[in-house]
Design a protein around this ligand. Structure first.
Ligand code: GDP
Ligand code: MG
Length: 832
């Protein structure tokens, strides 16, 4: 142990010698001079003393490290109460005043500067140590990954130091800051927010937001902004190249066969509401899902300033279906000859004679109602004949007959001349650009006048060769057969001139002449093969229907396995009844046929819907402002497609402004349960044309006591429907003058006023009938009779040539010479 002097110890400790001496003496250690020695023991004693001293001091003597001062100042404010009266009166009536106590409370906390500094130093030291330890632990230090994520923020280490230093630097003196940093933080955030809000149209980054119509879209954009702020979207993306259009943009809008309103709007880049609005302005009420047909859509597109581009979807089909011209040798084929003409001019009879058959004799009502297709082997070669109905109802059939044919034979009865359907036939063949041969029939008849027929036809630009024209005329008699050979010669000559050829060893293509639904055999389609050869088991596509040829029959009902060009065959095996006039084509793959048939079905359904809607709207607009229209609902089924078509046309034509025929449903085949149910639901009359109802349908009809009407002659259907419509016509009210009386004298009666003494000069005067008073044949009063007297007695009726006294009700200005006309209103049932 080494003793040191007081002086040395004072140097070591760093305090003045005097203070040490004082402290030593206080601690009870006897030292007087600087040179006095103190032992270790004494040092320890001094330390102990001092410790004890400091401990007590820190509690009591050292004083508190922080002092909180509370101050309360109470003051009074006297406020004079000035009543309104005072100021008004100009003199203080009462010197009232109110005393308000104001108490001001102040609280202030003082913290010793050394303590704050010490505290901070301590924290800083510990943090530094911690950091040092961390660094040592993680050596070698990897680059902090945060740098990549937050590129605009400084590396984490720096941030930490900043955080540490910041409060120290900001430390106010002597007040300890409590919530200051938080407050500044908040403020900063607020400022940020404010700057984020779109101010006007220019955003924070100065991008132009022209495509935002108004601030209403600001909310929608929020997620994008958020994402941008977080750095997920680079700010460069906001610089889009949108420029406000200065001129309307014309778009090319592709329109398929049908298009919905919403798709159309999308094509034009307008809102669907715009399109709906436009359609409304055109008088069409449409919904967003409304299917429009191509024409309507094109009109809309054009009117809205865009360019419609009609999409021909069938093009694809055509390319698939096109029969490849692979150099197959074309061979001469039989001509297809369509016989046309007015009803009863002997078309069927002529064909019967040629075919040696008796079709005409077996026809219902003696009229042809189906298109007939026959292949006839004549002495001069093969000819395929199509027999068309002459009746007005079958325009479509005739048109089709003309389309599918090579030559038209116009049959005109020599005793009847040119008739409406003769003219129509001429028009059809001209429209189809088909050469025509005129057969003047019934030449055996006594009143046959072929020259008149020639003249009449000349008026329709059908000029015979011997008159300098180009049309062959043949006089025939279907009854005797005279001239039929000449007619066949003419046909074959014409055919030769046309050099008709067709490929034989190829996929078949043709046209549907007729179709029917056979209960046992299913759909039966009569197809005229025009080129190629149709074979059994071929895949066939007919309009919306497809299938493989199960069986084929010729016109005699004989089963055949092949059908070459110009051959009509009845085909079994289709999925449904195709429409007459549809193209029939044999397809290599079943899948292709099915796909095309299905897509066609969908398309035609859409088209039907579009048309139905248009028709419904037409109805609505047509009936607007009109009296209620009587509607006769009809549902009919027919044996063949052609009849359905003909019936539909004819029946629809019966509609007038007042009564309408509405065909709820129509189709080929027997009447079944669902037909009856539909008819019951829509209160429709059910008509079976050459078809009957099945047992279930019949039972259903009986239960509902609904009448089924069967027909086999189209005229009868039309006449009956016409009669039914007539019954629905509101009766016409007609006036009928039943008597006329001449005023001869006028008496004044106190009881009845003016009484006209009359002579009945026409008809009868009835007491109860309405009358008119005529002066110089001008009606001057209309009313009724007050009294009718014959002499002194009341009379109900006064006959022609008798005198009577007439009192007119509420009218006393009758003069001599006036006439009193008596009339009746009768209702007359009208007919169509
Ligand atoms: P379509 O309606 O044109 O088919 O006429 P049809 O072949 O049914 O014949 C109508 C009517 O005219 C039938 O009664 C036939 O017997 C009659 N008829 C047809 N051709 C001739 C003819 O050349 N001479 C006479 N006398 N009668 C004929
Ligand atoms: Mg006929």
């Amino acid at each position: 142990m080494t003793d040191v002097t007081v002086k040395e110890f004072a140097d070591v400790v760093g305090i003045p010698i005097d203070r040490l001496l004082l402290q030593l003496s206080s601690a009870g250690i006897k030292t007087e001079k600087a040179d006095d020695k103190i032992t270790d023991k004494e040092k320890t004693a001094l330390l102990t003393y001092l410790r004890g001293l400091h401990g007590a001091k820190s509690q009591a003597e050292a004083g508190p490290s922080r002092i909180t001062l509370k101050r309360k100042a109470v003051s009074e404010i006297r406020q004079p109460v000035v009543s309104p009266r005072t100021s008004a009166g100009g003199r203080a009536t009462q010197n009232r005043s109110r005393t308000i106590n104001v108490e001001v409370r102040k609280k202030r906390t003082y913290v010793k500067r050394e303590e704050v500094l010490a505290e901070e130093e301590e924290r800083l030291k510990s943090l530094k140590e911690e950091r040092q330890r961390e660094l040592e632990k993680t050596a070698p230090p990897p680059p902090p990954p945060i740098v990549e994520k937050e590129p605009e923020v400084a590396p984490k280490s720096e941030t930490k130091e900043l955080v540490v230093e910041a409060p120290a630097a900001k430390q106010p003196e002597p007040v300890m800051p409590v919530a200051a940093p938080a407050a500044t933080d908040k403020k900063e955030r607020k400022d940020k927010k404010r700057s984020n809000k779109p101010s006007g149209r220019a955003g924070k980054r100065g991008e132009k937001e022209l495509h935002i119509a108004s601030n209403k879209t600001a909310r929608k954009r929020k997620p994008i902004r958020k994402a941008r702020r977080s750095g997920a979207i680079s700010t460069g993306d906001t610089q889009h190249g949108f420029a406000m259009p200065t001129a309307p943009i014309t778009r090319e809008v592709t329109i398929p066969a049908t298009i919905t309103v919403s798709d159309l709007a999308q094509g034009m880049a307008v809102k669907a509401a715009e399109v709906i609005k436009y359609l409304m302005s055109m008088g069409t009420m449409a919904t967003i899902n409304q299917v429009l047909d191509q024409e309507t859509a094109a009109v809309v597109v054009e009117d809205m300033g865009h360019t419609p581009k009609m999409l021909n979807e069938t093009k694809h089909e055509e390319s698939v279906l096109a029969v490849e011209d692979n150099g197959v040798e074309k061979k001469p084929r039989a001509p297809v000859v369509t016989i046309m003409g007015h009803v009863d001019h002997g078309k069927t009879s002529l064909l019967d004679y040629i075919r040696c058959s008796k079709v005409a004799a077996g026809e219902a009502g003696g009229i042809t109602q189906h298109i007939g297709a026959y292949r006839v082997k004549t002495d001069k070669g093969m000819v395929a004949f199509l027999d068309t109905p002459g009746h007005a109802a079958f325009t479509a059939m005739r048109a089709r007959g003309a389309q599918a044919t090579d030559i038209v034979i116009l049959v005109v009865a020599a005793d009847d001349g040119v008739m409406p359907q003769t003219i129509e036939a001429i028009q059809h063949s001209k429209a189809a650009d088909v050469p025509m041969i005129v057969a003047i029939n019934k030449m055996d008849k006594a009143d046959a006048d072929p020259d008149r027929v020639k003249q009449e036809l000349g008026a329709h630009e059908v000029i015979p060769e011997d008159w300098g024209g180009d049309v062959m005329f043949v006089n025939v008699s279907a009854k005797t057969g005279d001239g039929v050979d000449a007619l066949l010669d003419a046909i074959l000559l014409q055919a030769e001139l046309m050099e008709l050829t067709a490929a034989v060893d190829q996929r078949a293509s043709g046209v549907v002449i007729e179709s029917a639904l056979d209960r046992g055999r299913g759909p039966v389609a009569t197809i005229l093969v025009q080129s190629g050869t149709l074979k059994k088991c071929d895949i066939l596509l007919c309009g919306n229907e497809h299938g493989s040829v199960r069986v084929m029959y010729d016109e005699e009902g004989r089963e055949v396995n092949f059908a070459g060009p110009s051959t009509p065959v009845a085909v079994l095996g289709l999925s449904g009844t195709p429409n007459a006039g549809d193209d029939a084509i044999s397809v290599a793959e079943e899948r292709v046929a099915r796909d095309i048939a299905e897509s066609r079905q969908i398309k035609s359904r859409d088209l039907k819907l579009a048309k139905q809607h248009a028709a419904r709207l037409d109805d609505v607009f047509n009936s607007m402002g009109k009296e209620e229209v009587g509607i006769l609902n009809l549902l009919f089924k027919a044996d063949v497609q052609g009849s359905v078509e003909a019936l539909k046309d004819s029946l629809n034509k019966l509609s007038t402004d007042e009564v309408q025929v509405k065909i709820i449903a129509s189709g080929v085949g027997g009447i079944n349960e669902s037909d009856i149910n539909l008819a019951l639901a829509s209160e429709a009359v059910v008509i079976g044309f050459n078809v009957r109802a099945d047992a279930t349908a019949r039972r259903l009809c009986q239960e509902a006591s609904m009448e089924l009407k069967y027909y086999s002659v189209i005229y009868e259907v039309i006449d009956d429907v016409k009669a039914a419509l007539s019954g629905m016509l509101s009766p016409e009210i007609r006036e009928e003058i039943i008597g006329l009386a001449q005023v001869r004298d006028v008496f004044k009666s106190p009881k009845f006023g003016a009484i006209a003494g009359c002579m009945v000069i026409e008809g009868n005067v009835k007491r109860s009938s309405p009358i008119r008073v005529l002066r110089d044949n001008v009606v001057i009063y209309e009313g009724e009779l007050e009294s009718l007297r014959r002499f002194k007695d009341d009379a109900n009726e006064v006959k022609n040539g008798m005198e009577c006294g007439i009192g007119v009700k509420n009218y006393s200005d009758v003069k001599v010479g006036d006439q009193i006309e008596v009339f009746e209103r009768i209702s007359v049932q009208r007919t169509l």
